[in-house]
Design a protein around this ligand. Structure first.
Ligand code: F0G
Length: 369
């Protein structure tokens, strides 16, 4: 065995793996300028676009279904794409601290990127309504976590006021740099498919992501990279569906806590994305969200959080009324990883079997004896 590392094939592999430098460097020409020295990245983006293997056959064999699995970002959600931009921008402006309101994922992402930048982070979350994984992230990354006795909408309005008057950078999606980063998911989808999908399906909460995706597709269209644009299909939870109802929901409720929002900040932009693309925004019951969530995990091996599964629940709903035609390509964003919210996974699943500690009992429990 040679000892010269330069000749080791292992070393070559590691060089290849390290080539990816995050969304800012990959899509620089489409993003606001950020100096190299200010870029804060944890190598977000570059997430897999996974073709459905089993669910297509069950739901509709005539259409192509792809999952953009954003749960595989560094902090487990799509928020990292926007956070690398927002935090890098804050660093370039000399900010020493960031603040956000969050249903969980934004707080996880903001606190992680702030930690990497050496900045302080403050997060406001609705008391008791945030999945355990997300809370653990904000805490372990060292954020000052404030559980407010109100909902996300209340938290966001306090946060905006504080950011206006004090020297802390606001990193919610009302910060335009967040949406700039998030639009890179559209670029990746097109780069992989070689064209835009016919339909893009995603959850709608504060409505930043649907706005960002639509912006991304349009920019690629303007740059001549795609000839057609997708129709944007957004879904809100029935108990938190202000855009569908066309009025603010004062006390939003849903099992999908990530999208438990009654007054989305990017409301009008989401409506524009819907209307300009010829798409729709509809609502889904908690029951159907959880059914889709369990189906995805059991049939594709893809574990996403309940809010993410609303994309698939939406596809099932539309398919049930003959919405799609043969050959349609549908991309569904699965916004966050299932491990964020283990409690819901356990709730929708069978309990583990308790078995005495011997081989025969195990075989019996396996149905082999
Ligand atoms: N899916 C997940 C997993 C989310 O965390 C969110 C939003 C959405 C979908 C909706 O995206 O707000 O851009 O329409 N989470 C925010 C947060 C509100 O604080 O983590 P949106």
């Amino acid at each position: 065995m040679g000892t010269d590392l330069n000749e080791s094939p292992k070393r070559e592999v590691s060089l290849v793996l390290n080539k990816y430098e995050g969304v800012i460097k990959r899509y620089r020409e489409f993003l606001p300028e950020i100096d190299d020295k200010h870029i804060i990245t944890i190598l977000e983006g570059n997430t897999p676009l996974i073709k459905a293997r089993n669910l297509g056959k069950i739901i509709n064999p005539d259409i192509e279904i792809y999952f953009k699995y954003e749960g595989l970002n560094p902090t487990g959600s799509f928020k990292d794409r926007g956070m690398t931009m927002a935090i890098s921008k804050a660093v370039s402006e000399g900010s020493k601290a960031v603040i956000c309101a969050s249903t969980g994922n934004t707080s996880a992402s903001a606190s992680a990127y702030a930690a990497r930048a050496g900045m302080k982070s403050f997060v406001l979350i609705p008391e008791g309504k945030i999945a355990a994984g997300k809370l653990s992230q904000a805490l372990v990354h060292g954020a000052v976590v404030m559980q407010i006795q109100g909902n996300f909408d209340d938290a966001l309005s306090i946060t905006r006021e504080i950011a206006k008057d004090y020297d802390v950078a606001l990193v919610n999606s009302v910060n335009p740099f967040r949406l700039e980063g998030q639009k890179t998911a559209s670029f990746e989808i097109v780069d992989e498919l070689g064209a835009a999908p016919d339909y893009h399906i995603l959850p709608v909460g504060n409505a930043g992501n649907i706005t960002a995706y639509w912006k991304g597709y349009r920019e690629y269209h303007d740059a001549g990279k795609i000839k057609s644009l997708p129709k944007m299909l957004g879904f809100q939870a029935e108990g938190a569906a202000p855009i569908v109802l066309n009025h603010i929901v004062k006390e939003p409720h849903t099992v999908a806590t990530a999208i438990r929002i009654g007054n989305p900040a990017s409301w009008q932009k989401a409506v524009a994305a819907r209307d300009e693309s010829g798409g729709l925004i509809e609502s889904i019951s908690d029951e159907d969200i959880l059914k889709a969530y369990a189906l995805l995990a059991a049939n594709e091996g893809i574990f996403c959080e309940p809010a993410s599964a609303i994309s698939f629940a939406g596809l099932i709903k539309l398919n049930g009324r003959g919405f799609f035609k043969k050959g349609d390509v549908c991309v569904l964003t699965l916004t966050g990883h299932g491990l964020k919210d283990p409690q819901n996974a356990i709730k929708v699943s069978k309990e583990p079997i308790v078995v005495p500690c011997d081989k025969n009992s195990v075989l019996k429990a396996m149905g082999l004896k």
